[in-house]
Design a protein around this ligand. Structure first.
Ligand code: BEZ
Length: 211
């Protein structure tokens, strides 16, 4: 059955380009992103893995570990890393899971047979410190992902986990937030000392509380 938001991220052991891991132990107490790509030695995948390597410091700032997976063997991942380093102007700096038996792909429902019955689609799982799934995304093989969007979502998830706000369409870190509908009007002066901009009784903006 497909994994849903709020489900516990399944644990597994796997061989990776940085050694064997037990997933939950590897996650530790922080946030994690597990993302699949269809196949090694393919152009879009090569650009995606290079793009994530270049953004590693941005993930680290947010206490997020990233790990990739595909159904290729460890040897192929190691050769792919040389290609990424050569062509993407970066040095690979996060692990890729070798999943030739499709164990991780199966646990996370990353093979969508009506799209391709052999290779994983481009799945993304953002996992919180409680090891629950906070976001899922599925892209087709032909479309490389926008990893800046994942940073944006992490910023929203981390903000809304601590403050009683939600983030509006196209919000980016630093912009006004929406006061959660669960907050009563009379609570606002104390809970949101930076004030509110009231557009409708259900649409109340406030400056980002943690800035
Ligand atoms: C790619 O990464 O370029 C790719 C992989 C599978 C199908 C199509 C494109």
């Amino acid at each position: 059955m497909a994994l849903r938001l709020g489900d516990l991220a399944p644990d597994f052991t796997a061989e990776t380009t940085e050694g064997n891991i037990r997933f939950h132990e590897w996650l530790g107490n922080g946030w994690g992103i597990l993302f699949s790509h269809p196949k090694d030695y393919t152009p879009v995948c090569t650009t995606e893995l290079g793009a994530v390597a270049k953004m590693k410091s941005e993930f680290e700032k947010r206490n997020v570990k990233v790990i990739a997976v595909s159904v290729d063997a460890l040897h192929d991942h190691k050769v792919l890393i040389c290609d990424i380093n050569e062509t993407q102007n970066t040095t690979m700096n996060f692990p890729i899971i070798a999943d030739p038996k499709r164990e991780v792909a199966g646990l996370y429902d990353m093979i969508h047979p009506n799209a391709d019955d052999t290779f994983t689609v481009r799945s993304v799982f953002i996992i919180g410190p409680d090891r629950k799934i906070k976001l899922t995304l599925t892209y087709p093989a032909s479309t490389g992902r926008n990893f800046l969007e994942l940073l944006r979502v992490i910023d929203s998830l981390q903000l809304t986990a601590k403050h009683r706000v939600a983030t509006p369409a196209n919000w980016v870190d630093g912009e006004d937030c929406i006061i959660s509908p669960a907050v009563k009007d009379e609570e606002i002066p104390t809970a949101f000392p930076k004030g509110q901009r009231r557009v409708k009784p259900y649409l109340r903006y406030t400056p980002q509380p943690n800035k």
